[in-house]
Write a protein that binds this ligand. Structure first.
Ligand code: NAD
Ligand code: UDP
Length: 329
C-alpha cells in the first residue's frame, strides 16, 4: 500500500508568470504558453483586461488565474516572468495617470524583486513610446527618444522608460536575467471594443456605419503588427541566451498614415462610414516605424501577417462580437 506521505514527483513543467495576462496581448500569450505545456500563473487586476479573454482556457488545469495588483508585492515560485501589466490605450492610461506610473514603476520593482528572490528570468513589455515623438526614423534601439516629461502621455512613456532603467539596474546591480522588448502598435482579436486605440475604434465604427474619428489630418503614421506575430517575437526573446537582453524592437515595419488605415478599414468592411475630423491629442507622435534588424538577426524573427490580412481577421472577430455571435476568444 502506498504511504500517504510518499513524495510526489515534482512537475517538470516550467512555471511561468504572466502579469496583465487577462489583457489583449496577455491573453494571447497565455494561450501560447499553455499550448507549449507550461504551468501558467496569470496575474491581473482586471483594470482593462477581463476574464472573458481567458474563458476558453480557464478549464485548463495548468492555468491559475489570480486577481492581484502588481503595485503590491507578490510572493510566488516561478521560473520565468512576462511583465505585461499596464494599461496600453491612451484613454485608459490617461484616465488615472498616477496609477499608470505606479503600475509601471512599482510594478517593475515588485516583479524584479520577485525575479531576484526566485532567480527567475524576467521579460519586460516595453514600448515604442519610449522613443516619444521621434526625430529619428525609423527608430533603432540605440535612439534615446524625445519624450515630453510633463505631458499627458508622460505617465505611460516615462513610466515605461523608468521600468527599463530598473530592469537594467537590477541586472547591473544584482545580476538578474532580464529581457526588454519594445513593442510597436499591435492589433488583433480581443482588443477591447471601447479600448480607444485606432484599429479597434475604426473597425467598430465602420461595422456600425458610424463616422470614423480621424484625429488631426490623419497624416501621422504608425506601423501595425498583428498579434500572433508579436507573441512569437516575445516567446523567441524569452528563449534567447542569458547574454542577450535587448532592448529589441518588435513590430511590423510596414508604415501607414492613419488616414490610409481608415480608408483600408472602410474598404474591407464595405462600410458606409464617412471620415470625421477631430483635434489631434497633445504629444501625439507624428511618425513611427520600427527598425527590426536586431530582431531579425538575433531572434530570426519578422512579422508574417500583412496589414490587410490582419485587418480581415480582426474585422471578423469584431463582426462576430458586435452581432452577439461571440462572447470571447
Ligand atoms: P491591455 O490593456 O489589454 O492589457 C493590460 C493588462 O494589464 C490588462 O489585463 C489590465 O487589467 C492589466 N493591468 C493593468 N494594471 C495592472 C496592475 N496594476 N496590476 C495587474 N494588472 C494590471 O493592453 P495590451 O495591449 O495587452 O498591452 C500589454 C502590455 O504590452 C502593456 O504593458 C503595454 O504597455 C505593452 N504594449 C502594448 C502595445 C500594443 O500595441 N498592444 C504596444 C506597446 C507596448
Ligand atoms: N487615432 C485616430 N482616431 C481614433 C483613435 C486614434 O485618429 O479614433 C490616432 C491617434 O491620434 C494616433 C494614432 O491614431 O495618431 C494611433 O493611436 P493609438 O491610440 O491607437 O496608439 P498610439 O497613439 O499610442 O500609437
Amino acid at each position: 500500500m502506498n504511504s500517504p506521505f510518499t513524495a510526489v514527483k515534482p512537475s517538470t513543467r516550467k512555471r511561468v508568470l504572466v502579469t496583465g495576462g487577462a489583457g489583449f496581448l496577455g491573453s494571447h500569450l497565455c494561450e501560447r504558453l499553455l499550448d507549449a505545456g507550461y504551468d501558467l500563473l496569470c496575474v491581473d487586476n482586471f483594470y482593462t483586461g477581463t476574464k472573458d479573454n481567458l474563458l476558453h482556457v480557464l478549464a485548463n488545469p495548468h492555468l491559475e488565474l489570480m486577481r492581484h495588483d502588481v503595485t503590491f508585492p507578490l510572493y510566488v515560485e516561478v521560473d520565468e516572468i512576462f511583465n505585461l501589466a499596464c494599461p496600453a490605450s491612451p484613454i485608459h492610461y490617461q484616465f488615472d495617470p498616477v496609477q499608470t506610473t505606479k503600475t509601471s514603476v512599482h510594478g517593475a520593482i515588485n516583479m524584479l524583486g520577485l525575479a531576484k528572490r526566485v532567480k527567475a528570468r524576467i521579460l519586460q513589455a516595453s514600448t515604442s513610446e519610449v522613443y516619444g515623438d521621434p526625430e529619428v526614423h525609423p527608430q533603432r534601439e540605440e535612439y534615446w527618444g524625445r519624450v515630453n516629461p510633463i505631458g499627458v502621455r508622460a505617465c505611460y512613456d516615462e513610466g515605461k522608460r523608468c521600468a527599463e532603467t530598473l530592469f537594467f539596474d537590477y541586472r547591473r546591480q544584482h545580476g538578474l536575467n532580464i529581457k526588454v522588448a519594445r513593442i510597436f502598435n499591435t492589433y488583433g482579436p480581443r482588443m477591447h471594443p471601447n479600448d480607444g486605440r485606432v484599429v479597434s475604434n475604426f473597425i467598430v465604427q465602420a461595422l456600425r456605419n458610424e463616422p470614423i474619428t480621424l484625429y488631426g489630418d490623419g497624416s501621422q503614421t504608425r506601423s501595425f503588427c498583428y498579434v500572433d506575430d508579436l507573441i512569437e517575437g516575445l516567446l523567441r526573446l524569452m528563449a534567447t541566451p542569458d547574454d542577450f537582453i535587448g532592448p529589441v524592437n518588435l513590430g511590423n515595419p510596414g508604415e501607414f498614415s492613419i488616414k490610409e488605415l481608415a480608408e483600408k478599414v472602410i474598404e474591407l468592411t464595405g462600410s458606409h462610414s464617412v471620415l470625421s475630423y477631430h483635434p489631434l491629442p497633445s504629444d501625439d507622435p507624428v511618425q513611427r516605424r520600427p527598425d527590426i534588424a536586431l530582431a531579425q538577426n538575433v531572434l530570426s524573427w519578422e512579422p508574417k501577417v500583412h496589414l490587410e490580412e490582419g485587418l480581415r481577421r480582426t474585422i471578423a472577430y469584431f463582426d462576430a462580437l458586435l452581432s452577439g455571435k461571440r462572447e470571447s476568444q
